[in-house]
Design a protein around this ligand. Structure first.
Ligand SMILES: Cc1ncc(C[n+]2csc(CCOP(=O)(O)OP(=O)(O)O)c2C)c(N)n1
Ligand SMILES: [Mg+2]
Length: 803
């Protein structure tokens, strides 16, 4: 049902009645799903349930004002909204609860996310964009409360960009920037910094964002007085209210059980945001939790009898029904009949989902029982295998895990035996694991042909009279080419606009490309990343700048929880090709010398992490990433902007390959692996080592995620038989990861003549000043002595002890 707000008052009584009853039907369907869903958890069919009961009515109102092209960025209470848009059926709801690993049946995440996490599909099978203006969109939820907020800002900002850059090809993403981004959040989660940061940023940016706060006065067991000053979020945010002198918010407050008021407020909010690009906050009060917070507890433990009684009386569905009867829109009998039918339908949907969930397992079980039977017949351990078979027969509703356990354990009883039956079982297990594992592990990165690691290298070319320029000039002129080539590219961050970033890698570009594409932001790292994620979800190619690597941790929730998991948690049905630009490694002191690569590579699986040694390599990475559509973090070398480099003639074109190491110096005695700023020191030391007769091979890792997909490091170790990894992360940080990659994944263990070693920074943050750097990070003497020591141990006669 697509009701335009401005016409909704002009309809006939019959249409009016039909709409109301349709809303009541959805509210009731949703409620019955919640009630039956909880039972499914209590009986053990589902592991956890968190439902939308008590929040139905405002979601119906929101759904009415939600148009094609709009985006939702919400949280786990929004099942009614999704049902009202026709994007979630009761059967799909139950498939979500059971974690069915089939996207056709469980379109929200094929069982990867708990129920209550909602998405729509933005991408076609071949990975290309669907026409998002022709569908109602939901960005993929995450469980972290308020984690949906930074992304919401970017989703809203995309409308503003499309409205103000009319020459962009927006055909699949926007119609003149008329789309609203709708956020939802629980009252308690408004205490999170991410909420408050987003609220401020959207007020500054004046974007079409409508945030609904579902206020049930609790956050699990904790009442409002612990969460919110004055226990009233709209009251304390009232300073954001716009007036005739200042831009700001429209702040609206409405009771969550008052159907007509809700419809009116949502229509009003939609018009304001859509037409004027003014953000709106809707504080929806007096909501309830009929079943408590989730399936993990009962609210009778922490709510008073008075409160429980109040919740009963003010249940929004009950009040809606009372209103329908009072207005004589329907009768008790008519509604009872409707409710009866709904209960039956939902029960049937639940049963069907459960039997579909089990069908595949049951088929596999039958095959496995037969296989075990035949293995038992041939085995001397027949008794044990038969027991396993009977255990399996006894599991009437088997999970994949049950099949995995029993089949794999059976093999232990036929150790040393040879039979065709045993081979058949082994084949079955191999096939089972091969088929099942991708259901849980696929789509961490793109599986399409333009995956970042598939983008072909294009080498930089140099004219005969190549200029030597500061590294930042190469970056700047390369960005210039990129902005020319990709009209959908934009860059933003602290000081990125007017001065062209703190190292002037964007110098002059705002003048050339305008304030929309090259722009300053407030100091708010989390929402800078959120802007990037949201805009990337709507077809733009944002480059979000984090001024220094050390401050990226303020943005860790949107990066690790949202961006890095996006493809994975949507099974490749959404993408956000955001490039995060920052600068790190050596400079000065605790907060401008960061190289916390170990932390980042572990937290950001799902992104690419690139550590170019100079600005030419960095520029090449930007060029590569723009040809692909995956998210990445590029860490430019803080101390490299003023170092001279040869300026390539094919700026904007050359591509540094991702996942490929580069051997910077060939050698035969030891393989030295490093990256970023440190590689320059390693190269210098390699020359000094040559003077004492040690021939080191130097490999620049340059892309940490992924590292060395061609296993070139192994080839080097086959030659040198020795390995030292040098970096400026803490001991056991990124160096340990690299050792793991080289020794275990590449199998270099077999070719080593001595233990693989690491040389890292000290465990503490780098102290300030030149001496602070010398005694905190690996210096040339440290590296020389470490390599010398390794060679000395192998050949003490030729290389006597140094000290
Ligand atoms: C960042 C984060 N902290 C804690 C949790 C655990 N948690 C899940 S829901 C919840 C309460 C949220 O309350 P509220 O925002 O009012 O939403 P409601 O469930 O009441 O609708 C908490 C603490 C979480 N999911 N994320
Ligand atoms: Mg709450």
């Amino acid at each position: 049902m697509d009701i335009s707000p401005k016409t909704s008052t002009d309809i006939s009584f019959d249409d009016f009645k039909a709409q109301i009853l349709h809303d009541y039907e959805i509210a009731f369907v949703s409620r019955v799903c919640s009630l039956m869903g909880r039972q499914e958890v209590l009986t053990g069919k589902a592991k956890f349930g968190i439902f939308g009961d008590g929040k139905e009515l405002p979601q119906l109102a929101m759904a009415r004002s939600f148009r094609k092209g709009d985006f939702r960025s919400g949280y786990y209470r929004d099942q009614t909204f999704m049902m009202a848009l026709g994007l979630l059926s009761p059967k799909e709801f139950f498939h979500g609860l059971y974690a069915t690993t089939d996207l056709e049946k469980e379109p929200m995440s094929a069982g990867r996310q708990m129920g209550g996490h909602f998405i729509t599909h933005s991408l076609n099978e071949d990975g290309t964009w669907k026409d998002l203006t022709q569908q109602k969109n939901s960005s993929a939820d995450i469980s972290c409360t308020a984690g949906q907020m930074p992304r919401l800002l970017g989703l809203a900002q995309a409308s503003k960009i499309y409205r103000n850059l009319p020459n962009l090809d927006a055909s699949k993403f926007s119609v003149k920037g008329n789309e609203v981004a709708w956020g939802t959040i629980g009252n308690a989660s408004t205490s999170e910094g991410l909420f408050l940061e987003t609220i401020n940023a959207a007020g500054v940016l004046q974007v079409p964002m409508i945030v609904s706060v579902w206020d049930d006065e609790y956050g699990i067991s904790v009442p409002a007085k612990y969460h919110t000053t004055k226990e009233d979020i709209s009251k304390i945010l009232s300073g954001f209210q716009r007036d005739k002198n200042y831009k700001g918010y429209e702040i609206l407050k409405v009771k969550g059980w008052d159907y007509t008021a809700l419809i009116h407020v949502y229509e009003n909010a939609s018009d304001i945001a859509r037409e004027q690009h003014v953000p709106v906050l809707i504080h929806v009060t007096e909501l309830t939790q009929p079943q408590g917070h989730s399936s993990s507890g009962s609210h009778e433990r922490y709510k008073s009898n008075e409160r429980l009684q109040w919740e009963k009386e003010n249940d929004c569905n009950t009040k809606f029904k009372e209103w329908i009867l009072k207005m004589r829109i329907s009768t008790e009998e008519e509604l009872s009949q409707l409710e009866r039918g709904i209960r039956q339908n939902v029960r049937a949907a639940k049963k069907e989902a459960w039997s579909e969930f089990l069908a595949e397992h049951k088929t596999m079980k039958r095959t496995l029982v037969a296989l075990l039977d035949s293995v038992a017949n041939k085995s001397t351990n027949s008794r044990f295998i038969t027991k396993l078979k009977n255990d399996l027969i006894a599991i009437e509703e088997p999970l994949k895990k049950d099949l995995g356990i029993i089949s794999r354990n059976a093999l232990r009883y036929v150790l040393g035996e040879e039979s065709n039956e045993k081979n058949a079982l082994i084949n079955w297990i191999n096939q089972f694991l091969e088929d099942m594992q991708p259901r849980f592990s696929s789509h961490l990165y793109s599986e399409k042909s333009n995956r970042a690691t598939n983008i072909q290298e294009v080498k930089p070319t140099f004219d005969s009279q190549t200029e030597q320029v500061d590294g930042r000039i190469i970056l700047r002129d390369n960005f210039d080419k990129l902005f020319e080539k990709y009209p959908e590219a934009l860059v933003f961050g602290e000081d990125s606009g007017a001065i062209g970033d703190v190292n002037q890698g964007l110098e002059g570009l705002q003048k050339k490309y305008g304030k929309i594409r090259v722009t300053d932001t407030g100091i708010r790292e989390a929402t800078i990343i959120g802007q990037g994620i949201g805009m990337a979800l709507r077809g733009l190619r944002p480059i979000a700048e984090i001024q220094y690597l050390d401050y990226i941790f303020f943005a860790m929730v949107p990066l690790t929880d949202d961006l890095a998991t996006l493809r994975y948690r949507t099974l490749g049905k959404q993408k956000a090709p955001l490039i995060v630009r920052t600068r790190g490694h050596r400079l000065e002191g605790i907060w401008h010398s960061g190289s916390q690569m170990g932390g980042l590579i572990h937290l950001l699986r799902g992104m690419y992490i690139l550590t170019p040694r100079n600005m030419t390599q960095a520029a090449g990475f930007y060029n590569t990433l723009m040809k692909s559509d995956e998210p990445a973090l590029i860490i430019e070398s803080l101390n490299g902007y003023r170092l001279k480099e040869r300026k390539p003639s094919n700026l904007g074109e050359f591509c540094t390959p991702i996942g490929v190491v580069e051997t910077l110096k060939a050698g035969s005695d030891i393989t030295l692996v490093s990256y970023g700023s440190t590689i320059r020191i390693v190269l210098l030391v390699a020359k000094e080592l040559a003077e004492v007769g040690i021939d080191a091979e130097v490999i620049d890792a340059q892309t940490l995620l992924p590292f060395d997909i061609n296993h070139d490091t192994l080839k080097s170790i086959i030659k040198t038989n020795r390995l030292l990894v040098i970096d400026e992360d803490v001991p056991g940080g990124c160096s340990a990861y690299l050792i793991n990659e080289i020794i275990e994944k590449q199998g270099a263990y077999n070719y080593l003549d001595c233990a693989p070693q690491t040389l890292t920074a000290k465990a503490h943050r780098p102290a300030y000043g030149t001496d602070g750097d010398y005694f905190s990070k690996p210096n040339a003497e440290d590296i020389f002595e470490k390599v010398y020591e390794i060679i000395h141990e192998a050949n003490p006669n030729e290389f006597p002890k140094l000290r």
